[in-house]
Write a protein that binds this ligand. Structure first.
Ligand code: ADP
Ligand code: MG
Length: 246
């Protein structure tokens, strides 16, 4: 199996507090890999170290053989890694279609593809991405007018517009109803399988995690407590004890 993302000894201190403590993590090409763990385990901090939003205190992040450790977020995006942000990073006054077109145009400009792409081409690509995330019927609505679940789907659409090879999703279903959760998770996994996209996913609902993941890494107090195929991690008593104890 080819590893797309290789993390070694990744560590991050906040003052005297070690939020991420010597994490090793391998994400295989094409895998859906979940990071789980109780609140405060260090999942979001770990993701921010991978995307370059925060700098690690120690350790390395390698992506497709390249050392990305300490690079700025735009350089990490350019290397083929995208994260859907929990914050409302959508453009509230643009319509769904305009937002995705803006993200596609930005990507094309960055990759200097501008001359080879027509406006109609960009619009068609935006329609494909919106359709894949169940947003087709909302394409002419303002981002701010969408339901919470549809706004989260739009955030994923904007991340997808950068044509990543690795998509990072930090609790993309936070605040969603079970129905919306299932819809968004099904769409993301369907899309990932279809496009051969690798996904690093953090999610609090364990049933969802175990049903969609190839590999699961469990964090607790900044460290990796367990990792392996989903079925193996699910059967690990120590993992369940951490959840029941939190
Ligand atoms: P998770 O996403 O698993 O819930 P986080 O990565 O958000 O965990 O947080 C891990 C720990 O690091 C928590 O104890 C949190 O309070 C702490 N932490 C996160 N960000 C900061 C920060 N900017 N300053 C100080 N402590 C932080
Ligand atoms: Mg978090």
């Amino acid at each position: 199996m080819t590893e797309l993302l290789t993390i070694r000894g990744l560590t991050r201190d906040f003052g005297g507090f070690r939020a991420v403590d010597g994490v090793d993590l391998d994400v295989a090409q094409g895998a859906i890999h979940s990071v789980i763990g109780p609140n405060g385990a260090g999942k979001s901090t770990l993701f921010s170290l991978i995307t370059g939003e925060r700098r690690p205190t120690a350790g390395t992040v390698r992506f497709d053989g390249r050392d990305l450790t300490g690079l700025a977020p735009h350089a990490v995006t350019r290397a083929g890694l995208a994260k859907a942000f929990q914050t409302t990073s959508i453009f509230p006054r643009l319509t769904v279609g305009e937002s995705v077109c803006a993200a596609l145009a930005a990507r094309n400009a960055q990759l200097r593809l501008l001359r080879s792409r027509t406006k109609a081409g960009i619009r068609a690509e935006a329609e494909t991405i919106c359709g894949a995330l169940g947003l087709a019927e909302h394409i002419h609505r303002a981002g701010s007018a969408l339901s919470h679940g549809d706004q989260r789907a739009l955030e994923v659409a904007l991340a997808l517009a950068t044509a990543p090879r690795l998509l990072l999703l930090d609790e993309p279903t936070a605040g969603m109803s079970p129905f919306e959760t299932k819809r968004v998770v099904d769409q993301i996994t369907g899309l990932a399988r279809e496009r051969g996209l690798t996904v690093l996913f953090s999610e609090h609902d364990l049933d969802t995690v175990f049903s969609i993941s190839d590999e699961v890494t469990v964090m607790h107090q900044g460290r990796v407590l367990a990792h392996g195929p989903a079925a193996e991690v699910r059967a690990n008593d120590e993992v369940m004890a951490v959840y029941l104890g939190s």
